[in-house]
Design a protein around this ligand. Structure first.
Ligand code: PRP
Ligand code: URA
Length: 209
């Protein structure tokens, strides 16, 4: 069974509160999303395997941990997922970045795929799929299908805000994908927006409304 992890670190919660605020403008919104993505990446990488390496300090020799060479990949769902990439790369600069382009048809709420470009060794990578919002779950579910179709085996999904409807749909469709979110909100409205959520993530990030 996939697990839903609500990352309740106080700094994450504090920043998400300001991300949600209607009075937070585009510049500040972008900066906060970037910062929260870094903090979330810090939390979700806490189980990365380490290997011991011989070191020599000015005082003497010893052993110390280094990352055990796990290959990571970050895959934003376009467009709003882009806002989380730099924040993760701050911590994991060697990660490769793929892209999945999807938008949600405003009438049907169904995702429409328009672009997929992934690292060539995607099947060997541990992937973090990122999108600020998990609403109906349609976009994330299709994005995971797009990754699996191209060989991905190890996928985690990271978002800022999830709705229970999206968590259930994602859990049913992809029981192997763990979900990491900063907040699990109440429900969706009749247009598929998360209540209270933060509004339209792409529009707020790119100033398109
Ligand atoms: C938003 C958001 C997710 C999707 C979530 O993108 O960034 O990708 O909606 O909704 P769902 O869980 O119901 O599929 P949108 O479709 O607005 O596209 P955009 O990023 O291009 O603005
Ligand atoms: N997409 C968004 O950007 N916001 C929502 O609340 C739901 C889907």
């Amino acid at each position: 069974m996939p697990k839903i992890h609500v990352l309740d670190h106080p700094l994450i919660q504090h920043k998400v509160t300001y991300i949600r605020d209607i009075n937070t403008g585009t510049k500040e919104f972008r900066e906060l999303v970037d910062e929260v993505a870094t903090l979330m990446a810090y939390e979700i990488t806490r189980n990365l395997p380490l290997t011991q390496k011989e070191i020599e300090t000015p005082i003497g020799k010893g052993m110390s941990g280094v990352l055990a060479g796990k290959k990571l990949g970050i895959v934003p769902i376009l467009r709003a997922g882009l806002g989380m990439v730099e924040g993760i790369l701050n911590l994991i600069p060697a990660a490769k970045v793929g892209h999945v382009g999807l938008y949600r048809d405003p009438e049907t709420l169904q995702p429409v795929e328009y672009y997929v470009k992934l690292p060539s060794d995607v099947s060997e990578r541990e992937l973090i799929l990122v999108d600020p919002m998990l609403a109906t779950g349609g976009s994330a579910i299709d994005a995971v299908h797009a990754l699996k179709k191209r060989g991905a085996k190890n996928i985690r999904f990271m978002c800022l805000i999830a709705a229970p409807e999206g968590v259930k749909a994602m859990t049913d469709a992809h029981p192997d994908v763990d979900i990491y979110t900063a907040a699990l909100d109440e429900k969706l409205d009749e247009k598929g927006y998360i209540i209270p959520g933060l509004g339209d993530a792409g529009d707020r990030l790119f100033g398109t409304k």
